[in-house]
Design a protein around this ligand. Structure first.
Ligand code: AMP
Length: 127
């Protein structure tokens, strides 16, 4: 079920539980502000999720409410992850779903990194 990109943060969401170590993940990167791990249902040969450690429901919440240094550090981390995975030469796509029309399913802000094959020119999946 798509989730609202607004409203209170649910501390029982699956990514909050991953951050607390209650549910395992396959990590690829971690620093003070971000954790990156492989998506459990990859939609490309490389499909990694990067999440802030803070409690933000969505991109809307994160971009409006997180301190500027956290926003900067988070997006730097996304770039570092892609670089460390060796994705820069062939390229990659980053994507964040926000709210019901996007199909956002997990109410903790996350950026998808998709790579490993030509991803096509379409920006919108489904319809
Ligand atoms: P979104 O639709 O943007 O909210 O994306 C949520 C993503 O989280 C989907 O691509 C799921 O496959 C992924 N996902 C859900 N549960 C887990 C989990 N336990 N570990 C890793 N990825 C997950």
């Amino acid at each position: 079920m798509p989730v609202s990109g607004h409203g209170p943060y649910d501390p029982q969401n699956i990514f909050a539980r991953i951050l607390r170590g209650e549910i395992p993940c396959q990590p690829v990167f971690e620093n003070e502000v971000a954790l990156a791990f492989h998506d459990i249902a990859p939609q490309a040969p490389v499909h990694v999720l990067v999440i802030p450690k803070g409690a933000y429901v969505s991109f809307a919440d994160f971009s409006a409410e997180a301190p500027a240094e956290t926003v900067a550090a988070f997006f730097r981390a996304v770039g570092e992850v892609a670089k460390a995975l060796g994705l820069e030469a062939a390229g990659y796509r980053i994507l964040a779903n926000m709210g019901p029309h996007s199909g956002q399913e997990v109410p903790h802000f996350h950026v998808h990194i998709l790579a490993g094959r030509p991803l096509g020119a379409r920006l919108v999946a489904g319809g």
